[in-house]
Design a binder for this molecule. Structure first.
Ligand code: PMP
Length: 407
């Protein structure tokens, strides 16, 4: 498949040899979380075996080594997303944490009664609920860009929706339940033409395609390390320096301060102002290793391989009697949501699991998307570059076998 040495790549991911119910694992739940290559696992082990220590605190050697590793990872992330400065890279717990940080901090500083935040109809709950919480607190309104039956945003409505009440546009680059790739540049262009800042959630984009924050000219961006072959518990918030300097800290505590007295605290400079408390040091170092790994393969090659896999899977799945695809955008990432007539998604998920095939079933933390299509949930197969067409064949055969039992 493609130009990737797929068999060599698969050797980097020991978990792909795992057996489930006596069958070799076929892992198609990559949109939920990706598997980790040995290059990441070794770095984590090495950290805890050789230089585990707290960062930014001690003069002792181990602390300096841990600090150097942690800050090197920040530089790796900055280069990967082409940030103008590594001060613009804040380590968080993940996408959800980054979204809560911006909603809380931006909301407290800039949202007034009658203002609004504009999101899209296909947001993950983590790009809905934090905005509802802060809007309620500030008397602001949450507005939504609608989508059509293919799962494509109704861009013709955007000029009217971007009215003077909108203080921030926040949307996902790629939908985790539909696979739609949104027209990010055009959304940013229209918002900026009205001086409205933009936040993008790249939780489902950063592992699939190059994302350049300067080229996009985006104001804020969030993602999770675990979706790009890194550990859980670590994520990234990118923000333009001018915005991050203007925003108040999200949490108070150690590391985010310059001086503290009982009367007054002076906050630390970027990026530490937004990193209160002991951070996920090993997680950041692991994320740096994951990005090095992705770079060693190349995002262009990854995108090409995944696109081939997506095209093949869409063709093969179309053979399954009674299949209905949810989300039919022309521009899409390697996520396929579907239903089989007469089969409940959970039942299919369970029967596939018995055959060693892991897919996701349910609402995928996008209940409004499910409500829009009038369904309780979908089956979702999502691919990574380590997946193969042979695995897609197993999925298709597995679905047919399960449907024969269930219908
Ligand atoms: N946004 C999108 C588009 C996602 O796919 C996810 C994870 N499913 C999230 C946000 C939340 O990510 P996390 O749970 O890692 O914070």
């Amino acid at each position: 498949m493609g130009k990737l040495a797929i068999e060599d790549i698969r050797k980097d991911f020991p978990i792909l040899d795992t057996e489930v119910f006596g069958k070799k694992l076929v892992y198609f739940d990559n949109a939920a979380t990706t598997q980790k290559p040995v290059q990441v696992l070794k770095v984590l082990e090495d950290y805890y075996e050789r230089y585990n220590s707290n960062v930014h605190r001690g003069v002792h050697s181990l602390s300096q080594q841990a600090t150097a590793g942690y800050e090197k990872a920040r530089h790796t992330v900055a280069a990967f997303i082409n940030a103008a400065s590594s001060d613009e890279v804040i380590f968080t717990k993940g996408t959800t944490d980054g979204l809560n940080l911006i909603a809380s901090s931006f909301g407290r500083k800039f949202l007034q009664k009658g203002d609004s935040i504009l999101i899209s109809a296909m947001e993950h709950h983590s790009n809905i609920v934090p905005w509802q919480m802060i809007c309620e607190e500030r008397g602001a309104i949450l507005k939504v860009i609608p989508m059509d039956q293919d799962g494509v945003l109704k861009m013709e409505l955007l000029p009217e929706l971007l009215d003077e009440s909108v203080k921030l546009l926040s949307f996902t680059y790629v939908s985790n339940s539909l696979g739609t790739i949104n027209p990010v540049k055009e959304l940013i262009r229209q918002a900026h033409a009205k001086n409205i800042p933009v936040l993008i959630d790249v939780a489902q984009a950063i592992q699939h395609m190059p994302v350049d924050v300067q080229e996009l000219d985006v104001d804020f961006m969030v993602f999770s390390g675990h979706k790009i072959y890194g550990p859980t518990g670590i994520g990234v918030l990118y923000g333009k320096e001018k915005w991050l300097n203007e925003l108040p800290p999200y949490q108070g505590g150690g590391d985010m301060i310059k001086t503290v007295t009982f009367e007054k605290t002076i906050y630390n400079v970027l990026p530490y102002k937004f990193e209160a408390g002991t951070p996920d040091i090993s997680g950041a170092i692991g994320l740096g290793a994951a990005i090095d790994y992705v770079n060693s393969i190349g995002l262009e090659a990854i995108a090409e391989a995944e696109h081939e896999l997506l095209t093949y899977a869409l063709e093969r799945l179309a053979e399954v009697p009674g299949i209905q695809f949810i989300g039919k955008a022309a521009e899409r990432a390697s996520v396929i949501s579907f239903l089989i007539e007469g089969v409940h998604p959970y039942d299919l998920g369970e029967l596939l699991d018995k055959q060693g095939i892991a897919i996701r079933t349910g609402h995928h933390c996008t209940e409004p998307v499910m409500d829009f299509f009038g369904i309780p949930g979908t089956c979702r197969a999502s691919f990574a570059f380590y997946n193969t067409t042979a695995e897609v064949d197993l999925l298709v055969a597995g679905i047919k076998r399960a449907a024969a039992i269930l219908i």
